[in-house]
Design a protein around this ligand. Structure first.
Ligand code: DCP
Ligand code: MG
Length: 378
């Protein structure tokens, strides 16, 4: 057994990190149950119609008892559970819930790596709240998400992403699980190889033939032996089977836009008042942009929510935050509703600097695009 010897400098580095993996419970289904209490306690799925060869995007835990799961044909799901209620997805609603959940995350850290609408890694190593206890931070996040969004979320707390992700599944739904640095070796030893990222059906079969069932079994092999069996993946297996994962929480993917917005106590009655309010928002936007490193601006946009909650966003390609452009966008947005405005936002779409260097010097044509959506506030 050589695993104890692997308290290498790598393992020591990672033991100082505190990573939380948050994952909402049956996300789309939870949102639908939140919005229609009559669905609570009954088996429901969100997905396409069985008559149109639709598939299940997700289902609640009641439906899971019948063997229904994501990606299953809706027709099969209905056969397994004739009482199954199938609801059409409302992506806009799920996106809005996801944004709200992120506002909770942002209270604790800027280091957030979203994996999907309902899932993210948070690095809370430097968060001073609750005396720096990641366990208590996770509890607070789960409570706040429940209060703000009305759904439950599970969390895994560990010294790295690999373990945090596994841990968030351990006490699902509406639970959390902690792997303390000193528990890593024991926790991973018992873990089935199938739980390792990158071990699919084929690799799992091969491992079974080699009588490698758990990470503890993998640890019996040297790095060279793992390399001989699994090629370049061998090195990763050597690390993962010891609970080592040095991948940082990467925020790159979230930096898609920077914006500020304001909901006004009294609706802005006309275009002139919108323009005046917009100009007042610009210093705030500049302040927020000053905190973002290594980005280039790709677009400017203006968002308006009218007094009937219809939202419209107007954007244009632009490499800067030009005031005249914002005012033009505001005019265009306002003309789509021509009625009082309750919320106004200004922002820019950004990309990391490296992307820009790839095509530096390219002239950006001026173009306009837009989107309009109906918001049903609850
Ligand atoms: N989703 C989808 N198609 C899939 C898998 C998922 O459309 N094949 C959608 C619906 C889910 C959401 O993504 O609600 C999140 O996916 P998860 O894998 O986290 O599953 P759930 O949140 O639904 O359930 P769990 O409680 O297991 O996390
Ligand atoms: Mg989920």
């Amino acid at each position: 057994m050589e695993q104890a010897a692997s308290a290498s400098s790598d393992a020591q580095t990672q033991s100082q990190r505190k990573i939380i993996h948050c994952d909402c419970d049956c996300f789309y289904a939870s949102i639908e149950m939140r919005d229609n209490q009559a669905l609570v306690g009954r088996p429901i799925a969100v997905g396409g119609s069985p008559d149109r060869r639709g598939v299940v995007a997700t289902c609640n835990y009641e439906a899971r008892e019948f063997g229904i799961h994501s990606a299953m044909a809706s027709a099969t799901a209905r056969r397994l559970c004739p009482d199954l209620i199938i609801i059409r997805p409302d992506m806009e609603k799920y996106r809005r819930a996801s944004e709200q959940i992120h506002t909770v995350f942002q209270r604790y850290t800027d280091l957030i790596e979203p994996l999907s609408l309902d899932e993210a890694f948070l690095d809370v190593s430097d968060c001073p709240d609750f005396g720096g206890s990641a366990t208590r931070i996770a509890t607070a996040i789960r409570k706040e998400v429940h209060e703000l969004v009305g759904i439950t979320i599970s969390a895994g707390i560990a010294p790295n992403k690999f373990l945090a992700k596994i841990a968030s599944d351990w006490n699902k739904p509406n639970g959390q699980f902690v792997v303390l640095p000193e528990q890593v070796s024991e926790f991973v030893a018992e873990l089935p190889v199938k739980k390792l990222h990158g071990v699919g059906k084929v690799t799992a079969k091969k491992m079974q033939r080699l009588r490698l069932f758990t990470c503890g079994d993998l640890r019996q092999l040297s790095e060279d032996q793992l390399h001989a069996h699994f090629g370049s993946f061998g090195e990763r297996l050597h690390q993962l089977s010891r609970g080592i994962d040095l991948r940082p929480v990467s925020t790159d993917r979230i930096r898609k836009s920077v914006s500020v917005e304001n909901t006004f106590d009294a609706d802005l009655p006309d275009l002139a008042s919108c323009k005046a309010a917009l100009v007042e928002l610009l210093p705030k936007l500049a302040k927020r942009l000053a905190k973002v490193e290594d980005y280039v601006i790709k677009k400017q946009f203006v968002k308006l929510k009218f007094n009937d909650f219809v939202i419209t966003t107007v954007e244009m390609l632009s490499p800067e935050t030009d005031v005249e452009n914002f005012l033009t966008l505001c005019e265009q947005g306002f003309s789509r509703g021509d009625r009082p405005v309750r919320l106004l936002g200004v922002g820019v779409r950004v990309e990391p600097l490296e992307t820009e260097l790839d095509h530096s010097g390219a002239q950006l044509p001026l173009a306009l695009s837009s989107s309009e959506e109906q918001e049903s506030e609850s």
